[in-house]
Write a protein of this length. Structure first.
Length: 179
């Protein structure tokens, strides 16, 4: 009786393990990328099937705080995984996964997000099978030169006035004065 229960329990456990969808490990080359408004941040990474069965890569999804959804371009993911699946313990090697375009103008700071891959054992599965966190670091540009013109004008005026005065003391215009 003990042997039968053990065999039944072992068979059930193995059956459930086979029904479980495999997972994809997403390793981003640089999870934090930065740029100024108008820049395109290209995120590269490697996808690895950690299971011993075929895993279909059917879709992707993003959770990105603070940036508009229109700033995300996931076409590199679909262009670089053309087969739509990874074989058992397979890997893509280093590929471009997605791009983030920083809107212009845009406030500086770190905008955190999560990239997810949806798929599973069939070409229609939409289970989250892998995810990776990333940050789009927005740097603000230095103020435009036109905002410095009042300071530049004052400094120029100061040096112009100072240069037109006769020199005082023992030295005048680089020469030693003799008395």
């Amino acid at each position: 009786m003990k042997t039968t229960c053990f065999s039944l329990l072992s068979g059930l456990t193995l059956g459930l393990g086979a029904m479980h969808a495999g997972t994809i490990d997403i390793s981003l080359q640089q999870p934090v990328l930065g740029g100024s408004p108008g820049s395109v941040l290209a995120f590269f990474g490697t996808l690895t099937n950690t299971s011993d069965s075929i895993i279909f890569l059917n879709a992707d999804d993003f959770n990105l705080s603070g940036l508009p959804p229109s700033s995300i371009d996931d076409s590199p993911f679909f262009a670089n995984t053309p087969s739509g699946f990874l074989g058992p313990v397979g890997s893509t090697g280093q590929i471009e996964l997605f791009d983030i375009t920083i809107p212009s103008p845009f406030a500086g700071g770190g905008y955190e997000g999560t990239f997810q891959i949806l798929g599973g054992a069939t070409a229609s599965d939409q289970t989250v099978i892998g995810s990776a966190d990333f940050t789009a670091q927005v740097t603000t540009a230095a103020p435009e030169p036109s905002s410095f013109w009042p300071l530049s004008a004052i400094a120029g005026l100061f040096f112009a006035i100072r240069g037109s005065r006769p020199a005082r003391g023992r030295y005048a215009r680089g020469r030693l004065l003799r008395r």
